[in-house]
Design a protein. Structure first.
Length: 477
């Protein structure tokens, strides 16, 4: 079977890596690594695949249509997100039209996993299947010609009737999965000023044991248990990635919490393995701000860790409790101090609009961020994505002001506040995001330290790029 994978474009730059010195992009991102693993699974089964990452390449609808016509697939797999769902469905309609209604159209992703019924109803006959949650084996079953009724983990529409099959169990042993089919992407399409380019994202595990009420992928896609690959498998893939892309400058470990303290012995094994194998590449990771072991942080630095993208979220302990972050501001402050001592840069992620948020708690977070010894930050209005505990709470209390999925982002496709509390309006949240950015980046001490103490020539270039982004952002706003 010939299978076309689509990451449809939805406005210039949508769902690319967050810009530095500006508001964050929508957090519901379209990761090519997950898709490339699924492609590898299908190619192992003898299927012919093609991947169009229109979101990364800013590819037009017309260009995508022409590629579809040239490839003539039997099945089209479309990765969808909440704010882009209407646009994504238009691609499903195009596939049906150009495929003479014979092509099987499938949607994957967090939004459709949370809203399969609504998605299929909107699909109006041109969307056949929603593959819910983890989709590697599900797509393999569909491509293998199995009857829809026998495929676990799908919702499908036939003759106007929608059926939801039982959930598929998560893959227990992720070592069974092949390495991503990287030949379908070009790392240079995924530029980020915060990283050394070209970079590549690597998934070493799926799921997260944190209980954060707003976090999308653990609640909707991959579960709240961390299923991880062996250290040996991770090290083998790093070597494979470097051989495949010799010009690669950096790797980003994209697991929700690569540094979760429960699994620090595995993190230590990966770091020691990188050193023992003589792997020479810089790397970054998503991190939970809880490591209190300076020796582990120094080992990470020795193994090539340059930067951690850290979810601080708030500087107010009451707000952190409401978010079920299970961590305190003092502990996060100590983590930041130790990271600075170990020589690892920290990019801090903060949100405005958590349950119980007030003007006072917002001010505490802004002051907290400014006092942390971290290098860069991003602030965003906390977004209530379908399928999350936070979304259900907001909906029950009528706090969501967005009337349509498109309103989850603004006209620039940047994430914005979409909730309105009695004690803190949606407008006040958006203004607070801007104020927080100005407060952090326009401090004289911060500007002086970034100019006087860059860590490398690449950092100088990144700082200049970031300053340009921030200046452009201020002019627009």
């Amino acid at each position: 079977m010939k299978i076309l994978f689509l990451n449809p474009s939805y406005g210039k730059g949508f769902c690319k890596t967050a810009r530095w010195f500006a508001k964050s992009r929508a957090r519901e991102q379209r990761h090519p690594d997950y898709i490339c693993v699924a492609i590898a699974v299908l190619e192992e089964g003898g299927h012919t695949c093609k991947f169009i990452d229109g979101a990364a390449r800013d590819m037009s609808f017309k260009e995508t249509r022409q590629i579809f016509k040239d490839f003539k697939p039997d099945m089209a797999v479309i990765n969808a997100t909440t704010p882009s769902i209407d646009s994504d469905l238009s691609y499903a309609k195009m596939c049906k039209e150009e495929g003479d209604n014979k092509v099987i159209t499938v949607m994957i992703g967090a939004h459709v996993s949370a809203e399969p019924e609504g998605t299929l109803k909107k699909g109006n006959g041109f969307l056949d299947i929603v593959a819910r949650r983890e989709y590697d084996w599900t797509l393999k079953d569909i491509a293998g010609g199995n009857e829809f009724s026998s495929v676990q983990g799908i919702s499908y529409c036939r003759e106007g009737n929608i059926t939801h099959n039982p959930e598929r169990h998560f893959i227990r042993d992720l070592n069974e999965l092949p390495f991503p089919a990287w030949r379908h992407i070009n790392p240079r399409d995924y530029y980020s000023p915060a990283k050394r380019n070209p970079f590549l994202t690597v998934i070493t595990g799926r799921g997260c044991e944190g209980r954060c009420v707003f976090c999308l992928f653990p609640q909707v896609m991959y579960g709240r248990q961390y299923r991880h690959r062996s250290a040996e498998s991770v090290l083998d893939e790093i070597e494979y990635d470097i051989r495949f892309f010799p010009s690669l400058k950096e790797i980003m470990f994209e697991d929700d919490t690569f540094t979760f303290s429960k699994y620090n012995s595995r993190l230590e094994s990966i770091c020691k393995g990188i050193i023992d194998r003589g792997i020479k590449i810089s790397w970054c990771c998503n991190a939970r701000p809880e490591i209190q072991d300076i020796l582990l942080l120094r080992l990470m630095k020795k193994a090539g860790c340059r930067m951690m993208c850290v979810g601080f979220e708030s500087g107010d302990d009451a707000i952190l409790k409401n978010l079920k972050k299970d961590i305190t501001a003092d502990r996060m402050r100590n983590f930041a101090d130790l990271s600075r001592n170990a020589g690892i840069s920290v990019h801090g992620c903060f949100v405005i609009g958590a349950p119980g948020e007030t003007p006072d708690s917002v001010n505490r977070t802004i002051k907290f961020a400014a006092k942390l010894p971290i290098d860069t930050v991003q602030f965003s209005g906390l977004c209530a994505y379908p399928g999350t505990e936070f979304y259900n709470w907001c909906k029950e209390n009528s706090y969501i002001v967005a009337r349509d999925w498109k309103e989850w982002v603004d006209e620039k496709k940047e994430q914005r506040a979409i909730i309105d509390y009695p004690a803190l309006s949606c407008s006040a949240m958006n203004k607070a995001v801007d104020r927080a950015l100005y407060n952090f980046y326009l401090r004289p001490g911060y500007i002086f330290s970034q100019i006087i103490h860059p860590k490398s020539f690449r950092d100088i270039k990144a700082r200049l790029k970031g300053l340009s982004n921030f200046a452009a952002y201020r002019l627009r706003n």
